[in-house]
Design a protein around this ligand. Structure first.
Ligand code: HEC
Ligand code: HEC
Ligand code: HEC
Ligand code: HEC
Length: 172
């Protein structure tokens, strides 16, 4: 019984500290600082060329306005949580962000690598394991990360094929 109480109390502790320390989205500029240019293996520049970097801009198009009209949205698509959750980063229910996270940047690094407030300066090289513990995700061949957005809830869904689609957005 005593063991059970100790177990219970430590579970409560783990759970509440996790809640207090929920990782927040910090925005692409933070990642860019170290991941651009030759030194950063051009990861930022490569991402910038993918459609993910344009995802927010797409919400300004005529086509987006038509979709929003059909769905009877009360606000412009660039303001609608129904669109932002997939066309920006950090807008799914329950997610948290810092003011530096901008919707204008579209689908950024953290949409796939996880919110970076804890791991942003503690990962990679000799801090690899620490990075993973602090929430960094490298979803090699993990299509569940993509299917958070690439699914039939997208009003324009065209299907998803990991192998083919990854080739179009890989960045290193
Ligand atoms: C203070 C500099 C710095 C910042 C800021 C930074 N990184 Fe890194 N990151 C590195 C270094 C150094 C490496 C290891 C070398 C490499 O893989 O390019 C690395 C590696 C990585 C890796 C591969 C990790 C591995 O173990 O193979 C990922 C993924 C990554 N960073 C994502 C991000 C994301 C997402 C952000 C923003 C939230 C970010 N980084 C911000 C310096 C940084
Ligand atoms: C946060 C949501 C989100 C996640 C996560 C996400 N995507 Fe996307 N993706 C989008 C949106 C939104 C677009 C449409 C961008 C546009 O055209 O404005 C898109 C576009 C694409 C395109 C371009 C499709 C075309 O028309 O050419 C490819 C390829 C793609 N994503 C692959 C992936 C892969 C692979 C993953 C997982 C490793 C992934 N995406 C994860 C939201 C997401
Ligand atoms: C659409 C999802 C997605 C986005 C957006 C994205 N990444 Fe990645 N990234 C991945 C996946 C998945 C891998 C695993 C690579 C593989 O399968 O070879 C990866 C690999 C990496 C690696 C190499 C890790 C390794 O050890 O091989 C780095 C570094 C990295 N990403 C950094 C970034 C940075 C910085 C950004 C933003 C500028 C970014 N990524 C944007 C999904 C994404
Ligand atoms: C569940 C995630 C998701 C939601 C929600 C979502 N989108 Fe998208 N959107 C995507 C993805 C992924 C793509 C890439 C193509 C595809 O598979 O639909 C995309 C592509 C688009 C495109 C480009 C299509 C083309 O053919 O050029 C437009 C326009 C668009 N979305 C508008 C919107 C609007 C407006 C809303 C809100 C009413 C919205 N989307 C909500 C995920 C989403």
């Amino acid at each position: 019984m005593k063991n059970l109480i100790v177990l219970f109390l430590s579970l409560v502790l783990v759970y509440s500290t996790n809640l207090l320390a929920q990782n927040k989205y910090v925005g692409v500029k933070t990642c860019m600082a170290c991941h651009k240019g030759e030194k950063g293996k051009m990861v930022y520049e490569n991402w910038l060329k993918t459609k993910h970097a344009q995802a927010f801009n797409t919400l300004k198009s005529e086509k987006s306005k038509e979709i929003a009209k059909k769905m009877n949205l009360k606000v412009d698509p660039t303001e609608a949580p129904q669109c932002l959750k997939c066309h920006a980063t950090g807008y799914f229910p329950g997610e948290q962000m810092m003011p530096t996270n901008k919707k204008e940047d579209g689908v950024t690094c953290e949409a796939c690598h996880g919110p970076g407030s804890a791991y942003k300066s503690k990962h990679g090289k000799d801090k690899r394991e620490e990075g993973f513990k602090l929430g960094l995700v490298i979803g090699k061949n993990d299509e569940t990360i993509c299917k958070k957005c690439h699914n039939p809830e997208s009003p324009t869904y065209v299907g998803f094929n990991y192998k083919k689609d990854w080739e179009k957005v890989k960045h290193q």
